[in-house]
Design a protein around this ligand. Structure first.
Ligand code: DAH
Length: 351
């Protein structure tokens, strides 16, 4: 054997032994492997060094030895590739073992949201009325002067319009000041030959108000309307008593005080006996024993007539309540702005 072939055999054996050691010792990383590869197969590596001896080889032996050199290079190249792949697999395996899922760990809790307290309030009231056979009707937040005012018996220049100044889109189109225009739209659409109209309509309303603890330029109401034959004040009282007791407690009583709304006659203001002091007088009821809850009344005959309803044949009652006011009273909320600021500390109290 020529000395080249001897050196070649030695180098091959030594390199294969090193690769085996690297494979067995899993601590060795790919970096070590790369260094070994450069020292053997690199431009200045051992194999190149051996090849320098070719110049002393006889012409007839050269092709044979050359072939052996090439074979040795191929074997070593392949061995390096296999070792690299092996080490990579081991690395991934170790990584996966570290990251494996421990099914005995307790699960992570997902933060659960909840409905806004105004939506909850509205939903609760809607459910009560749906239970009594009412339909829930949607209205328009952008309304005409005609429906918002005139059809509610508030002709142009009516002094009661002053209390409900609003945002005007044009002279005739405005942001509705109350949910009452839905009354007129519902009466227009109802077929009275099929029975009485019983509806509520929750929604957002707008006023030209300066925002403070008890005023907001946007707030929410729920309108209620029943029109049919023989609808009386007793129906209004009974209905409201039932709903108010459900909301504020069975031991509550209600009282009606005469009031004025252009679209009802007679009109009443409805109070509930104070749920804090039970009627004794305290800071919540301003020492009166009563808390004002909503406005109501018997639908004005002219309002019925404007919808083409014969006021001799049909009568009705209506009411309107403020959702924020109800929620503020029930939960002791003292600043209306809390509803709109989106502060989770406020919202989370009502989960
Ligand atoms: N629309 C009135 C307001 O916003 C509230 C109201 C009072 C509605 C009496 C009614 C009612 O339906 O009968 O101040």
């Amino acid at each position: 054997m020529s000395s080249i072939e001897e050196k070649l055999a030695q180098l091959s054996q030594a390199t294969l032994d090193s690769l085996k050691a690297i494979s067995e010792n899993k601590q060795e990383d790919l970096q070590d492997l790369q260094e070994l590869r450069v020292s053997v197969l690199g431009k200045k590596g051992s194999l190149t060094e051996i090849l320098k001896g070719m110049k002393d080889v006889s012409a007839e032996m050269r092709p044979i030895i050359g072939k052996h050199v090439n074979e040795a290079r191929d074997v070593l190249t392949k061995a390096f590739e296999e070792t690299a792949q092996f080490l990579e697999e081991k690395r991934v395996e170790a990584q996966l073992a570290k990251e494996s899922l421990d099914v005995t760990l307790p699960g992570r809790k997902l933060a659960r949201g909840s409905r806004h307290i105004l939506s909850q309030t509205s939903q609760e009231i809607e459910d009560m009325f749906i239970g009594m056979g009412y339909q829930v009707v949607d209205g328009f937040e952008v309304e005409s002067d005609f429906y918002n005012f005139e059809r509610m018996n508030l002709p142009k220049d009516h002094p009661a319009r002053d209390m409900q100044d609003t945002f005007y889109i044009t002279e005739e189109i405005l942001m509705r000041t109350h949910t009452s225009p839905v009354q007129a739209r519902a009466m227009d659409a109802h077929d009275f030959s099929k029975g009485p109209l019983k509806m509520i309509s929750p929604g957002r309303v707008f006023r030209r108000d300066t925002d403070d603890a008890t005023h907001s330029h946007q707030f929410h109401q729920i309108e209620g309307l029943v029109v049919g034959s023989d609808i009386s004040m007793a129906d209004l009282t009974g209905t409201l008593e039932l709903v108010i007791k459900k909301m504020f407690g069975e031991e509550r009583s209600i009282r009606l005080r005469p009031s004025y709304f252009p679209f009802t006659e007679p009109s009443v203001e409805v109070d509930v006996s104070c749920f804090k002091c039970g009627g004794q007088g305290c800071n919540v009821c301003k020492q009166t024993g009563w808390i004002e809850i909503l406005g109501a009344g018997m639908v004005h005959p002219h309002v019925l007539e404007m919808s083409g309803i014969d006021s001799q044949k049909y009568s009705g009652f209506a009411f309107g309540l403020g959702q924020e006011r109800i929620a503020m009273l029930r939960y002791g909320i003292n600043d209306i702005r809390g509803f709109y600021q989106g502060d989770l500390r406020f919202s989370e109290q009502f989960k």
